[in-house]
Design a protein around this ligand. Structure first.
Ligand code: FES
Length: 321
């Protein structure tokens, strides 16, 4: 994730608590008691962690609240240090530099029924969505909440309080893929005006995408909590040619096309920067892409690319920028 996003203000950590094993929850408040900028369900903020890196965290409190933002951070020892520094070093009373809320995972106005699918810490944006539905007694919703074990499952009590109608299924696989919940019975028959909102690790999102190809366009929404610049094994540097700008830009390992072309002075609209919202959709004019987004349909992949996450699968790319 780029560090160039504007961080708007300092917020004080009013409360820091353990939400589950390896997951810490932080309540952030204004340092002068002023109301905070409003946010919509599914929104996130970017903040500078004690280690100095900027990271994105979903807001999980009720969007009607203006006196606080609540985030939850999973300590990822295999990550790049941002979450470890938040969990190990951020203390009550500390100030954190935070952006205004942004939302790349908005609830659709046309939806009348919601199927939420959360994997682990992916519950955070979905929790704010479910809280917002408390004011809409007619809204139908169901949550499939998939985690490793009871000990690693945050917000169980909160969900119990929100779930008056038995809408929540919590499933633990104990780390054994053969014990994963079978999602097909929930996805096989789309209901009228039903939308899916899925946030969790990549294998879960891939499974939901694979099983929901028959749902109408625009009814399946994803949010990822990893950014596009996290390198994968065997990633290679490559060149991307910008057809309209007449520039050629090197994209090193560990940097996305989006970051590389921005560094070269080219403006590109982007929002989630994790391949889920569709904002950075760009024409692919030549070359073979390694598509890593959750947006493009197979028939679109030959001619379009999401530059925040996707790369060249070998050789060079020419894109319509
Ligand atoms: S910025 Fe959201 S898909 Fe690229």
């Amino acid at each position: 994730m780029s560090d160039s996003h504007e961080l708007a203000f300092n917020l004080r950590i009013a409360r820091a608590t353990d939400a589950a094993e390896g997951i810490r929850s932080f309540e952030l408040v204004s340092s002068n008691d002023a109301p905070l900028p409003a946010f919509t369900p599914g929104a996130h903020v970017r903040l500078r962690t004690p280690a100095g890196a900027v990271r994105k965290y979903s807001l999980c409190n009720d969007p009607s609240e203006r006196h606080r933002y609540v985030i939850a951070v999973k300590r990822d020892a295999a990550g790049r240090g941002g979450s470890v520094s938040m969990v190990d070093e951020a203390r009550e009373g500390d100030l954190l530099c935070v952006s205004e809320p942004e939302n790349a995972f908005r609830m659709s106005r046309g939806a009348r029924s919601y199927l939420f699918i959360a994997g682990g810490i992916g519950i955070t944006p979905i929790l704010s969505m479910i809280r917002s539905l408390q004011e809409q007694p007619d809204a139908k919703w169901r949550l499939l909440y998939l985690t490793r074990s009871a000990a690693t499952t945050p917000f169980v009590e909160e969900l119990r309080e929100l779930d008056a109608g038995g809408h929540v299924i919590i499933h633990h696989d104990e780390g054994d893929p053969s014990r994963a919940l079978d999602l097909w019975p929930f996805l096989e028959k789309p209901q009228d005006h039903q939308h899916i909102y899925c946030c969790g690790p990549r294998p879960l999102m891939d499974a939901v995408k694979d099983m929901s190809g028959h749902w109408a366009a625009g009814r399946v929404h994803f949010e990822s909590f990893t950014d596009g610049s996290v390198p994968r094994k065997n990633d290679q540097a490559f060149i991307v040619h910008l057809a309209r700008s007449h520039k050629s830009v090197a994209v090193p390992v560990g940097q996305s096309i989006l970051e590389a072309v921005r560094s070269a002075g080219c403006e590109v609209a982007a929002s989630c920067e994790s391949g889920t919202c569709g904002t950075c959709r760009t024409g692919l004019l030549a070359g073979e892409a390694d598509h890593r987004d959750m947006v493009l349909m197979p028939e679109e992949q030959a001619s379009q690319i999401m530059v925040c996450v996707s790369r060249a699968s070998g050789g060079e790319l020419t894109i319509d920028l």
